[in-house]
Write a protein of this length. Structure first.
Length: 261
């Protein structure tokens, strides 16, 4: 199974902000000529955290059963794997660890979506950027990314430079490079996330310079569309592969928590 045609970042309606059934995502992958996909919906978190944007704990069994039904239906035509996009938020590590122990997930993405109480990638709260010093913001953000890498909970770090989503770019860069060193030291991969091309910043995550820096450190990449609709499955993967191949980056997938080239 070539990792080059595998979409490993996909959501389902259980997260509350995606549309289309998992079966429709799988059919879209098949129609697009992909060899496989891995669902990574937003995992349950404590009830007080980000509740409208993820499945509830009592929906986890439904998620597993739904994807297993898709696996059975597409067997022999498309490899369908089952993972989660988990959140790193200091203080919730034990909860996350318990959820991750509930199933033998193929792949777990660790993402930072919050700085304190602020969901910085939520369009509803984009005005908060005007109240922040961007240098300090990115320093705080990448410190959390380092914490995610050190936690031992995740296989890869999601959308590395996410705070740029609305066009607020990192003015410094040093914190990002330190985070890459930690990611490399802990043998994690990076989510090469093409959703950034659909956002105001109009650039994939991570940016080309960070992609090159990661490749130089031997950090592999996992392709992901971050699809929230079936039509987004495999979004701009040809462009992604050109960028990755230009810097001699490795592209991998995960199955059973094990990295495969």
């Amino acid at each position: 199974m070539s990792p080059l045609l595998f979409d490993s970042h996909l959501h389902t309606p259980l997260c509350g902000h995606a549309s289309g059934s998992p079966r429709e995502y799988a059919q879209a992958a098949l129609d697009a000529g992909l060899q496989g996909l891995c669902f990574t919906d937003h995992m349950p978190m404590p009830a007080w955290y980000d509740a409208p944007w993820r499945m509830r704990l009592d929906q986890l069994a439904e998620y597993i059963e739904t994807i297993q039904a898709v696996q059975a239906e597409f067997a022999g035509r498309l490899e369908v794997r089952l993972g989660l996009e988990a959140d790193f938020h200091p203080g919730t590590e034990r909860f996350v660890e318990r959820v991750l122990a509930m199933h033998p997930w193929d792949y777990v993405i660790g993402s930072v979506h919050y700085l304190g109480a602020w969901g910085f990638d939520n369009p509803e709260f984009v005005a908060e950027y005007e109240n922040r010093d961007l240098g300090a913001l990115y320093t705080q953000y990448y410190a959390l990314v380092e914490g995610a890498a050190r936690s031992g909970l995740f296989d890869a770090i999601g959308h590395l430079d996410l705070p740029k989503k609305f066009g607020h770019r990192d003015p410094l860069g040093a914190a990002a490079l330190r985070a890459l060193d930690v990611i490399a030291d802990h043998s994690l991969s990076l989510d090469f996330n093409t959703a950034g091309w659909r956002k105001p910043v109009a650039e994939a995550y991570p940016a080309p310079d960070l992609t090159r820096q990661a490749a130089e450190r031997g950090i592999p990449f996992v392709l992901g569309s971050d699809a929230h609709r079936p039509v987004e499955v495999g979004f701009r993967f040809t462009d992604a592969l050109k960028l990755l191949q230009a810097v001699d980056a490795r592209v991998v997938t995960y199955r059973g928590g094990v990295r495969h080239a």
